[in-house]
Write a protein that binds this ligand. Structure first.
Ligand SMILES: O=C[C@H](O)[C@H](O)[C@H](O)COP(=O)(O)O
Length: 224
């Protein structure tokens, strides 16, 4: 089965967890895209929920599909969030931020009671780190911040957009992609990165996911 079908299978399964009256966090990326589509379909069939998005991209998509949107001022907690990931281990430690949405994704995840990650089997790894860790930094002095990240032992580069300019996140920050090689101690590295002045947040999501739904190439679904 091709990757798109696998993304659809994982997303369809995740949407089954959503019940009437819930506040639902909408992830970002090509897998979360399908979850948003399936949620819209269930809303058309009568499901009553309110949603909060992790990016302007997902917010616009959801609104275009008629999904009712809310915001943090009007809610206390988020019942379920469904999001993708760039890598996951079997014990549900993640790298996210390939789509530059990691900061809003982590804020939404931290406010969520039940955080569901959806991936195809290619994203499941033994150790995190083949995918470079996206790190959101403030633009001011980003070169100095990047050097500090490099001093932790990474090869670093500021992320560019398709036009070759420095990519700006939804929060008007930059993304540094940091290659640490395979990571032995993700929690420790997460702390070390976030201690650097100028770093806003990084793409290691440690002990955040409640379940990871994996779609396998043969069409079976596994819940980690
Ligand atoms: O910033 C983007 C997010 O963390 C995405 O959830 C992640 O990059 C996975 O995206 P995709 O489902 O497109 O592979």
């Amino acid at each position: 089965m091709d990757a798109t079908v696998l993304k659809q299978l994982a997303a369809e399964k995740a949407v089954e967890y959503v019940k009437n009256g819930m506040v639902v966090g909408l992830g970002t990326g090509s897998t979360a895209y399908w979850a948003i589509q399936f949620l819209a379909k269930r809303i058309q069939q009568g499901l009553s929920i309110q949603c909060i998005a992790t990016s302007t991209q997902s917010d616009e998509l959801a609104r275009s599909l008629g999904i009712p949107m809310t915001n943090f001022a009007d809610i206390q907690t988020i019942d379920i969030t469904i999001d993708g990931a760039d890598e996951t281990t079997s014990d549900k430690q993640l790298i996210k931020g390939g789509g530059a949405a990691l900061l809003r994704e982590k804020i939404v995840a931290a406010a969520t009671k039940f955080y569901i990650i959806i991936v195809d089997e290619n994203k499941v790894v033994e150790k995190l780190g083949k995918f470079k860790i996206p790190i959101e930094v403030v633009p001011f002095g980003y070169e100095a911040t990047m050097r500090k990240i490099q001093q932790l032992g990474a090869n670093v580069a500021v992320r560019l957009n398709k036009a070759g300019k420095i990519l700006e996140t939804d929060n008007h920050n930059f993304i540094i992609d940091a290659d640490f090689g395979l990571i032995e101690h993700p929690q420790k590295l997460h702390q070390q990165i976030n201690e650097i002045v100028g770093v806003v947040e990084n793409g290691l999501f440690i002990n955040m996911a409640n379940i990871v739904i994996v779609a396998h190439a043969n069409g079976t679904i596994e819940v980690l």
